[in-house]
Design a protein around this ligand. Structure first.
Ligand code: SIN
Length: 274
């Protein structure tokens, strides 16, 4: 079986003819190269046990445990991303990139679909290499000197946005890190430049007022999700996405009220950004 890689419109690439649980070292390299090049790799039909999911993720990189998401019962490495039939708020239901509030943000995630609604529950992915490359040389020059502050308290703290929803177990935390990162990073795996701000966690530019920051951030946010940079991924049980937080944003659609959706997420550790 030879794996086939097909770039998907806007962002990402689909890898067919590969069994993640039995991947060779060459296939793992192919996944990593695809993730670095296209920001996210999509696979289908990967009905992994939790042990296989953990073993596969460890081959992509060391696992880091998300401090906010509930862990699955017997496997602390696996976070449950769940919305039940009776909940109305989903997890990750706005554009973001994970863990940007950390000093050394997570490299990415290996998200496995366990239970999906009959319709809806897609995830949108946006390509931050392409979004950066499409900016004018003048704006690129302005952004190259900027650093941005990323925070988590407004989302996960005691007055955080999740606290006002039926996913309130995600909020109320006392340990809410923040970090400052360059607005344009050089991806450590591909060497390409990517835009590194996001609507959920970036609260402003270092040394700028909130009002000044929001004017430019609002421009970047609408630019980064233009249709040419976005791919909409449809899940089925056994679908898997391996994404790179340094090169993409993602947004879980919340359009399946009354249905259950359960995903198992393993987060891969990253490092400081430059
Ligand atoms: C997440 O933001 O990690 C969850 C994405 C999803 O459930 O599609």
């Amino acid at each position: 079986m030879t794996a086939i890689v097909q770039d998907t419109e806007g962002c990402g690439a689909e890898i067919a003819d590969m069994a993640a649980a039995r991947a060779s070292d060459t296939e793992i390299d192919l996944i990593r190269d695809t993730v670095y090049r296209r920001g996210v790799a999509f696979l289908h039909g990967q009905h992994l046990t939790p042990e296989e999911h953990i073993a596969f993720a460890e081959r992509i990189g060391p696992i880091v445990v998300n401090r906010y998401f509930p862990p699955s019962e017997r496997y602390p490495q696996i976070a449950k991303v769940e919305k039940t039939e009776t909940q109305t708020t989903n997890i990750g239901g706005g554009w973001h990139t994970d863990h940007s509030y950390d000093q050394a943000p997570a490299m990415g995630s290996v998200l496995l679909a366990v239970e999906t609604p009959p319709e809806g529950g897609d995830t949108l992915f946006a390509d931050m290499y392409a979004a950066y490359e499409a900016l004018s040389d003048g704006l690129k020059a302005t952004l190259s000197g900027l650093r941005a502050v990323h925070a988590s308290e407004h989302i996960y703290g005691s007055k955080g946005v999740y606290g006002m929803t039926d996913q309130a177990h995600l909020a109320g935390h006392a340990d809410n890190p923040s970090a400052v990162h360059p607005v344009v990073i050089v991806h450590p795996g591909s060497g390409r430049k990517a835009l590194y701000v996001n609507p959920a966690f970036t609260v402003g530019f270092e040394g700028w007022s909130r009002e000044e920051s929001m004017a430019l951030l609002a421009y970047l946010y609408q630019h980064a999700v233009k249709p040419q940079f976005v791919h909409r991924f449809k899940w089925a049980p056994g679908s898997m996405a391996i994404w790179d937080n340094r090169a993409t944003w993602h947004h879980a659609m919340n359009d399946y009220q009354g249905q259950r959706r359960l995903m198992h997420r393993i987060t891969i550790a990253g490092g400081p950004l430059a």
